[in-house]
Write a protein that binds this ligand. Sequence first.
Ligand code: NGO
Length: 540
Amino acid sequence: MRLLSGLNGPRGPRRPSGPLGLLALAVCAALLVPVSAAGAGQRARAADPTAYDRIVPAPAHTAPGGPGYRLDARTVIRTTAGSAAARGVGELLARALRPATGLALRVSGTDAGGSAADGIRLRLDARAADQGEEGYRLRADGTGVVITAYRPAGLFRGAQTLRQLVPVTGRPVVAGGTVADAPRFPYRGAMIDIARHFFTVEQVKRYLDRLALYKVNVLHLHLTDDQGWRLAVDSWPRLAEHGGGTEVGGGPGGYWTKAQYRDLVRYAGERYVEVVPEIDMPGHVNAALASYAELNCDGVAPARYTGTKVGFSSLCVAKERTYEFVADVLREVAELTPGRYLHIGGDEAYATPHADYATFMGRAQQAVVAQGKTVLAWHQLAGAGPVSGTALQYWGLDRTPAAEKAKVAGAVRAGAKVVLSPADRAYLDMKYDAATRPGLSWAGYVPVRRAYEWDPGAYLAGVEEAAVLGVEAALWTETVATTADADLMAFPRALGIAELGWSPASALSWDAYRLRLAAQGPRLTALGVGYYRAPEVPWA
Ligand code: NGO
């Protein structure tokens, strides 16, 4: 028993490495007697003693040790009585555990009853306010697993940790130990551009589902751009019907109905992910201009656009009709969106003179506020009067001139918050290296290590950590046309951005992260993700 608990302890021997070591491990596992006929010792031996060092994002505190818990056909997931939300988390957990374990775990809507040793408990604890919105505690031992949280979102995040403690193949044993965890930043986003290439709700759900395993909690949808308008708007139907009918390269494009958008919002909500819709303005609007002649200063609608240039289109700032359009669109989008933010773009408005840009963005921000929402915009808004409480999404580079960064810092002093998506770190459409297909490289190559090795709390001079809402990994899709393309570009870099958003600064270490990441390889494969096997990661 001493030997066995030593194996599980934090300083236990390292896992055998190399093909021989792995073979020995496999033989040992195969020789183990079934847990039902064995003592806690055998249970412990079957658990991976390093499992707690392999969680992404790294939890705030872990203490591995003691016997593990073996899931079997009798295991029940018991959730706090009277909480449909907790039960919902239980159902999602049961579904997620099924492929790896082969078990169809039963979910019970009460955590009373049962023996002390029959499963997984998801407990809401009204006294655990110190855990905040998303914090949780997890304890696994020979009798079961208990996850406790103040809020259902915390139970959901804890359930993602539990998923990662169950081996992808082999005996479904949760290693013994405890976790006490909560995020560093409240905003841990992923953006997908469905305008340059159209992606269906099903494709985006799949993407979101993979990201939620890594505790991402915001899904930013880039819904409109020069090449396509992707969301139905009842008061301006041609936006989607005409403006949605193409994409980069001239493909058929497409758009989402309101029902489809609502369905995605619901799906995200079940995973405690907030949807942030973006209507990009006053530039990046060719699809809108092509759909309605009256939105053009000269009253002539341009042709639809299928190239990849940026910065050539602008709404007509002088026309009152433009602001009716903005108000109608933002009202309809707000009605569909329970989340706090409306993103109004504001990037690369090179076809809009600065004074016009400031006029336009002022009115667009008022239209957001009128809907009771908070403005989110690309950081160029910093120089044009962001309203108080606005969040600016920084997409500059490490080498962006200090004067431009200083504008962001200045806006922060006046009350703005910041979401960080530095293009040479967090843009998932940048190539890993010269050989990557697809991808762009205007911000440089972004290898996995570069995407990970920066500190969001200290990234912009003059922007204190308290002003940083968090981080966002952005997947632009000029060159990304399929799920396979998206998988290759987003995975594994999106996991690194997710860790930067969640894990305490003290846990951020490339040397430790590359091992944690390597362990996610089989997990991603099991989820059908065709990730990029970055050479700097020792993939299993
Ligand atoms: C820029 C540009 C987008 C491009 C993207 C490609 C922002 C905020 N505006 O990022 O239109 O798609 O680069 O990397």
